[in-house]
Ligand binder design. Sequence first.
Ligand SMILES: [Zn+2]
Ligand SMILES: [Zn+2]
Length: 223
Amino acid sequence: MNEETLPPFEQAFGALRQFTRARRSASRPLEQCELCSAGLAQDHPHLVELTSRQILCACDACAMLFDGMEKSKYKRVSRRAQHLIDFEMTDGQWESLLIPINMAFFFRSSIEGRVIALYPSPAGAVESLLPLEAWNEIAEGNRPLSRLLPDVEALLVNRVGHAHGLAQAEYYIAPIDECYKLVGLIRTNWRGLSGGAAVWTEIGRFFLELRSKADPVGGEANA
Ligand SMILES: [Zn+2]
Ligand SMILES: [Zn+2]
């Protein structure tokens, strides 16, 4: 077998390794404001750059500049997290969203004027084609989704335990930086084909922490 006839899997794996390497060397240290280079506390605000969807670490002063500002390049990511305890989604509705794994997040992009579906993978966040009718049906049945802030908040879905009959599906309105944090920890801890034990420990810890800081919201799924 010569190099041109590598099976598709080998090619994909090579691309994936390249991607993680490129990402690592391009990543900057997190302790500086990415706008003004001021030193940052560990618990600092984030901004989202709307066209690239890039998350930027910011100092309080820079973050405040973009607080609620209309028509700007950046938006400040809010800290609100809500656990949607009586969210309603049938297995059929989930399947109709065409997400290949049991975890994903959905947010409205103000630039693109549509809802975007992303799911974590060993290579980072992957965008999935979102059939709008399927999304609209779920949004109509779940009133909290009408309050999702564009660009900075997402519906975060975790159906991993549910798919294995171990736990209930979990639904959150989560800050978008938290969603990318989940993507990042999956990318950096994934080993081999199935991810390995470490990545599942990290995923479990992530959702435990999110649950502990989220406000439970319920009683209005169909209101
Ligand atoms: Zn700054
Ligand atoms: Zn940061």
